[in-house]
Write a protein that binds this ligand. Structure first.
Ligand code: NDP
Length: 278
């Protein structure tokens, strides 16, 4: 069994991006990401700080907007409008979730697709669907990099994705299709779930249920990618896959933490540089 090391692969990508950022700088191109947080959800603060640190690491600029919880939707939309117009801002990221009085869809749609480094704008999602260039949502894009850089063949393989969210499952299915895998998307209404997941050469799990996937969901020799970030009964970080039970059956598997998680920020930084490269 091979452990797919997301920490090492994300560092490899960030070091490549560092070189690219330096080359852009030398050519007089400065890249800046604007990060907006509304309210002070502690998990969001951790994510936002990691994103800013990531920018620093690869040598691009970041602008930080920490807005109070009571910020109105219009105030947020006005700020996005301003940042859309600013030539010195290349990417705009609004940390989700937003307070309940703000409509997330409206906010996502207000970001210019040219600066939509999270890849959540309907235009970005539509472009992915019909195979046109555009920003790809960071977690699924990171999983493709994990697979490629671990030498996992995708073309012609049976890939089952467990979960169909807009952020992970759906874009993941489109990316695996682009890599010529044969794709099945399973969800909470799928009948005979274990039979379906046991067909997978590559099983990607994004359900948000701690350790739900046990060895009886998995084919001998499968590659298993665990997207989940949960706390177990002892408060310890764990995935959606029961690692100890499943790992002996796999040819390769991602751990939690240290698997998919670190890839998300690496791909956000990748998208920031792509925003100036066209
Ligand atoms: P959502 O809650 O939006 O989606 C979960 C999906 O799993 C839904 O499609 C749901 O089906 C399906 N599902 C839930 N329970 C079952 C079940 N018992 N059997 C089969 N399918 C089920 O979650 P996300 O996609 O946003 O996130 C999934 C996990 O990934 C979470 O743990 C999250 O924290 C983590 N995550 C990690 C990231 C990273 O950077 N590593 C980034 C984003 C998320 P249905 O549609 O039918 O309800």
């Amino acid at each position: 069994m091979k452990l797919i090391d997301g920490k090492a692969i994300s560092t490899e990508i960030k070091n490549e991006l560092k070189e690219k950022a330096a080359a852009l700088k030398a050519a007089g191109v400065n890249v800046t990401l604007a990060v907006i947080q509304v309210g002070n959800n502690p998990a969001s603060t951790v994510y936002v700080n990691n994103k800013k640190k990531g920018c620093e690491y690869i040598g691009i600029g970041s602008l930080s907007y920490e807005l109070p919880e009571e910020t109105t939707q219009q105030e947020l939309l006005d700020l996005i409008g301003e940042l859309n117009e600013r030539a010195d801002v290349n990417g705009i990221l609004v940390q989700l979730p937003l307070p309940s009085h703000i409509d997330e869809d409206k906010v996502i749609q207000a970001i210019s697709p040219a600066k939509d480094v999270d890849g959540f704008h309907p235009q970005s999602v539509g472009a992915l669907c019909i195979g046109q260039p555009g920003f790809v949502s960071c977690t699924p894009a990171g999983i493709i990099q994990l697979l490629k850089r671990s030498g996992v063949e995708m073309a012609g393989k049976e890939c089952v994705i467990l979960g169909r969210s807009n952020i992970v499952g759906k874009p993941m299915s489109l990316l695996m299709l682009r890599e010529n895998a044969t794709v099945t998307v399973a969800h909470s209404r799928t009948a005979n779930l274990k039979e379906v997941t046991s067909r997978a050469d590559i099983l990607i799990v994004a359900v948000g249920k701690p350790k739900m996937v046990t060895a009886d969901y998995v084919k001998e020799g499968a590659v298993v990618i665990d997207v989940g970030i949960n706390r177990d009964e002892n408060g310890k970080l764990c995935g959606d896959v029961d690692f100890d039970d499943v790992a002996p059956k796999c040819s390769a598997i991602t751990p939690v933490p240290g698997g998919v998680g670190p890839m998300t920020i690496a791909m956000l930084l990748y998208n920031c540089l792509a925003s100036v490269e066209g």
